[in-house]
Ligand binder design. Structure first.
Ligand code: SF4
Ligand code: SF4
Length: 184
């Protein structure tokens, strides 16, 4: 599961705040071949892993963040997905407090292809999914979600950049939720 914000806060606050996760199809067989080492390589000293300071995170496409998703969406996210032909109600659940949240089907996001282990709308996935595993906790602020096994591959720069994007996104989500509530 993933959300822009931790679950307890989503349920508790009026300004509910919801990644992506990035779930492109992993080519496991190729990966295994690429990982096989020659005897010479195996004899060399193991490389010391340097901390990731700048590059983008290393998503393994495990799909964990697409299980029981609580990802919140903006109107722009919804419009982009509607343009692909998906009826709004097939993928959006509107919460009591006016937030728009991705729907699940049998335990995973409606857009997650469990056989291929990939996101069906990867290029147009909601903004929060792109920002994930950086999320917002009311007590901690901007953090990397513990759920993601690769959270430590998010560089400091990437966390900072995504954190700023996330704060903007949350403002949009909050104001859109308020607007929905005022017209219903
Ligand atoms: S590695 Fe993290 S971001 Fe990638 S699919 Fe898994 S949980 Fe999601
Ligand atoms: S839209 Fe795609 S990346 Fe986001 S939760 Fe759904 S399947 Fe995962």
């Amino acid at each position: 599961m993933h959300s822009i914000q931790k679950r307890k806060h989503i349920q508790d606050t009026a300004q509910e705040r919801g990644v992506g996760g990035t779930v492109d199809s992993p080519n496991l067989s190729n990966k295994r071949i690429a990982n096989q080492k020659s005897p010479k390589q195996m004899a060399t000293k193991p490389k010391i892993e340097k901390p990731n300071l700048t590059r983008s995170m290393k998503c393994t496409h495990c799909g964990l963040c697409c299980e029981e998703t609580e990802m919140l969406m903006t109107n722009a996210d919804i419009t982009a997905l509607e343009k692909l032909g998906y009826p709004t109600r097939s993928f959006v659940h509107f919460g009591k407090k006016g937030t728009a949240q991705l729907r699940n089907n049998r335990g995973t996001c409606v857009f997650y292809n469990t056989e291929k282990r990939r996101c069906k709308v990867y290029r147009l996935r909601p903004r929060g999914c792109r920002i994930y595993p950086v999320i917002y906790g009311e007590e901690e602020g901007i953090v990397r979600d513990d759920l993601c096994p690769e959270k430590n591959t998010v560089s400091e720069k990437e966390e900072e950049r995504k954190g700023k994007q996330l704060l903007k996104l949350l403002k949009t989500i909050d104001s859109e939720a308020r607007r929905r509530m005022s017209i219903t």
